[in-house]
Design a protein around this ligand. Structure first.
Ligand SMILES: Cc1ncc(COP(=O)(O)O)c(C=O)c1O
Length: 402
């Protein structure tokens, strides 16, 4: 029998850890809340196009898993990941020019967990991380928890400016170099081959591991493929990859590819977090990829996102006033807009939402501050009509405020 007891519980007096209270929630998640109001065309999130999720093929893969693996498909599994998936990933990475064995791999619950494990395994409070300026906000969130400090390196259209990297290494003695070298979130910039070689050489010289957070390299819709940092850097580079952008983010599955003697450290810290990545999702991905369905699917994504990027750029040319610059990436999900210096993208956002269009303002992506006049636009999630309309609204707003 339930007792109707009125206990006075004062959760406001519970002592949440100081470092958790001081953590900021993601600005993007806050903006997503605002932009989910009815009628708002949102370029704010980093969501893949939902109409392209291969639901029938995933359903088939899931049925196969239940029939073929039975209980094993939903049982606890190894912290390193299910052997079938790790073997498949190793084979595919090797075929693509990165010699990989299963012991180089740890399956993780999304690229974001890879970042968290890197921070847990490497960062003592106050340690410096070299990163791009601006950089991926989710990485800053993961690293902030461990009290990292940042040495931000400016970028041009070839990626990190290498002279600055060397300067910052000498000044800050950093623990890690963190980069999103392909179609970077937030700028869409891809590091050139020369810069990749120079960065790896510098990292080897100073014994600093490179973390290459790489969710987007497969989504290239124009230009020549640039070999990955890991294909040149080998054990100097810990690559973090994910199925979130090439398949679906809700399966929460990715992997880390790093030196064999370092992977057990990540495995230990992963055990503290979630024991292992979801067994069923790993087998679904294994069956899906092994049946050869991923490549044609990625081909579709390339076509779709490339067309959407073109629609966005065409609309920007038609509707944006003079004095505004933007990147034109050959892949990924985002482009980056620079307003004149005196304008604040943050201050403009409420007015944009009034006009029923949303974006993410750029300043939070800069670990050392700055970038008030920048914004990130996502082109993968809206429809062509949505992109045209949204950019027209944004153009109108910029004309009124420039
Ligand atoms: C650069 C970068 N790293 C990591 C992630 C996180 O990806 P996942 O969904 O695999 O956790 C994202 C997602 O937007 C990203 O852009």
């Amino acid at each position: 029998m339930l007792v109707d007891q009125k206990l006075e519980v004062h959760t406001d007096l519970w002592k949440i850890a100081k470092h958790v209270v001081s953590l900021e929630t993601s600005i993007i998640r806050e903006i997503l809340k605002i932009s989910s109001q009815p009628g708002v065309i949102s370029f704010a999130g980093g969501l893949p196009a939902p109409e392209l999720f291969p639901l029938n093929d995933l359903k088939e893969a899931m049925n196969t898993v239940i029939e073929k693996y039975g209980a094993k498909g939903v049982q606890y599994t190894l912290s390193r990941g299910v052997p079938e998936l790790r073997e498949l990933i190793a084979q595919r990475a090797t075929e693509r020019g990165t010699k990989t064995e299963v012991d180089n791999l740890l399956v993780v619950s999304g690229g974001q967990q890879g970042l968290e494990l890197v921070a847990r395994a490497f960062i003592d409070p106050g340690d410096y991380i070299i990163c791009e300026n601006p950089t991926y906000l989710g990485a800053l969130q993961a690293f902030n928890y461990y009290r990292a400090r940042y040495a931000g390196v400016d970028m041009d259209d070839e990626g990190m400016i290498i002279d600055q990297v060397e300067e910052k290494i000498k000044k800050h003695n950093p623990k890690l170099i963190y980069t999103v070298s392909n179609f970077q979130n937030p700028t869409g910039i891809t590091m050139s081959l020369e810069r990749r070689h120079a960065l790896v050489d510098l990292a080897v010289k100073h014994n600093i591991p490179i973390i290459d957070d790489n969710p987007y390299s497969d989504i290239r819709f124009a230009g020549e493929r640039v070999p990955t940092l890991k294909s040149y850097g080998g054990d100097e580079v810990i690559a973090i990859r994910t199925f979130s952008k090439v398949l679906t983010p809700g399966l929460r599955t990715g992997f880390m590819n790093g030196p064999k003697d370092i992977m057990p450290h990540f495995e230990k810290v992963k055990q503290c977090t979630d024991l292992h990545t979801n067994t069923l999702c790993q087998y679904i991905i294994y069956e899906y990829v092994n049946s050869g369905k991923l490549e044609p699917h990625i081909e579709k994504l390339r076509e779709d996102y490339g067309a959407k990027r073109d629609v966005m750029i065409k609309a920007m040319k038609a509707h944006f006033p003079d004095g505004i610059k933007w990147t034109e990436p050959n892949g990924g999900l985002f482009l980056w807009v620079q307003l004149p210096e005196h304008m604040s993208a943050k201050e403009l956002l409420p007015k944009a939402v009034d006009k029923k269009v949303a974006y993410v303002y750029g300043s939070p992506f800069f670990p050392g501050g700055g970038g008030e006049n920048t914004m990130r636009l996502n082109f993968s999630n809206a429809t062509h009509e949505g992109i045209e309309q949204g950019i027209e609204r944004l153009g109108q707003l910029l004309k009124e405020n420039i």
